[in-house]
Design a protein around this ligand. Structure first.
Ligand SMILES: *Cc1c(COP(=O)(O)O)cnc(C)c1O
Length: 365
């Protein structure tokens, strides 16, 4: 059996009529930037998340960056970030002129370990930036409690966690600001780049609306040095067309994840661990193996596509040489990057395909 790591066709099929109608509607409207489609999607996305405001942006990296700026993060500040994450989390901090301060994750959940955060706080710390990695919600109660005690802001990177819940509450309404990506491969994906943020803070939402449009509220009058980062009408319309199916597609992900967990029980690989209170969105199904590269090659020979999220931790990337970190500085993150492997998991994957993944892993691990 040949099985790709990701197939987006069944997700398109689930909303095809609505998506095709949305694309035709925008094409016929002659209006493509900052219009009714965006306003409508922003309202729907805020309501879905249980948040007061949503602001559509050009991509997830800009959402992280502009969210931090709206919270007052700037030159000389420090922001606490996970030592294991996609580099966008760190880049957003750098783009504010601030310094990313890595904190190790819990080795079982892969998320920021609240017990290690306080030791990293200095007088320059402005905010904590947890990531709901692989779609698993971070312990937001513990993180918010630390932030409150120490007078810090919290912005969470929700790029992999559309529809996830922590203690019954949806991700997207659990921090001062929540940053989203709608990149095509995310659980709610556009047909191009897209991003946004949700917040209960009207001042933050207003500031970001100005920042995303050249720092301008009134055309050709510029209050601040902004960016051009707007969720365009086509992408907003596509996302609104897909949103009604999101919960059903997340349920499919959960069922596939349950079947993988069941089938792989007792196999010689590390399996995803879901802590009490977490309802993951299962963006990725990540296993661990000491001989990860050999396992990936063997699965590839059997036609099973896999990916590594991520092969190199941010502190060892040439882009962050300036921080002076060395191999061994963040051993939990380094072991994760050495050992993790993401298996295929996408809405529409059949039981037979899921069982083929299980059989291949059992045979190769
Ligand atoms: C995808 C992703 C981003 C960046 O989103 P883009 O829309 O690609 O800019 C940021 N953080 C995490 C954890 C992601 O997975």
């Amino acid at each position: 059996m040949k099985l790709p790591f990701l197939d987006l066709q069944p997700t398109y099929a689930a909303s095809r009529a609505a998506i095709d109608a949305a694309l035709a509607r925008v094409a016929g409207s002659g209006w493509f930037i900052l219009g009714r489609e965006l306003e409508s999607f922003e309202r729907q996305w805020a309501d879905y998340c249980g948040s007061a405001h949503a602001v559509g942006l050009g991509n997830g990296l800009d959402a992280l960056h502009l969210g931090l700026r709206a919270l007052g993060v700037g030159e000389g500040d420090e922001v606490i970030v996970p030592s294991n994450t996609y580099i966008a989390t760190w880049l957003a901090v750098s783009q504010c002129g601030a310094r990313p301060v890595p904190v190790e994750p819990d080795a079982r959940t892969y998320n920021l370990d609240p017990a290690r955060i306080e030791a990293a706080i200095t007088p320059r710390t402005k905010a904590i930036l947890p990531v709901h990695l692989y779609g698993q919600p971070a312990d937001m109660d513990a993180i918010n409690a630390i932030a409150q005690r120490r007078g810090l802001k919290v912005l969470d990177d929700c790029a992999q966690a559309h529809g996830a819940r922590w203690r019954g509450r949806r991700v997207g309404a659990l921090a001062d600001v929540s940053a989203w990506s709608f990149y095509p491969g995310k659980n709610l994906g556009a047909m191009g780049d897209g991003g946004g943020l949700t917040t209960d803070d009207a001042a933050v939402a207003d500031a970001v609306r100005v920042l995303r449009n050249y720092g301008s509220r009134i055309k050709y009058h510029n209050e601040v040095k902004g960016l051009n980062s707007r969720l365009d009408e086509m992408q907003a319309a596509v996302l609104a067309a897909k949103l009604p199916q999101l919960d059903a597609l997340t349920d499919q992900r959960r069922a596939i994840a349950a079947r993988l967990l069941d089938g792989l029980a007792g196999a010689p690989v590390g399996l995803p661990f879901v802590p009490e209170g977490a309802e993951p969105a299962w963006h990725l199904f990540v296993i661990r193996h000491e001989a990860r590269d050999r396992l990936q090659a063997a699965l590839g020979e059997r036609g099973i596509g896999t990916l590594i999220h991520y092969p190199v931790p941010p502190h060892l990337q040439p882009a962050y040489a300036e921080l002076g970190h060395a191999a061994g500085d963040f051993p939990v993150a380094e072991a994760i990057h050495r050992e993790v492997l993401s298996l295929p998991l996408w809405p529409g994957m059949t039981d037979a395909q899921t069982d083929a993944v299980v059989a291949a892993v059992r045979a190769c691990a």
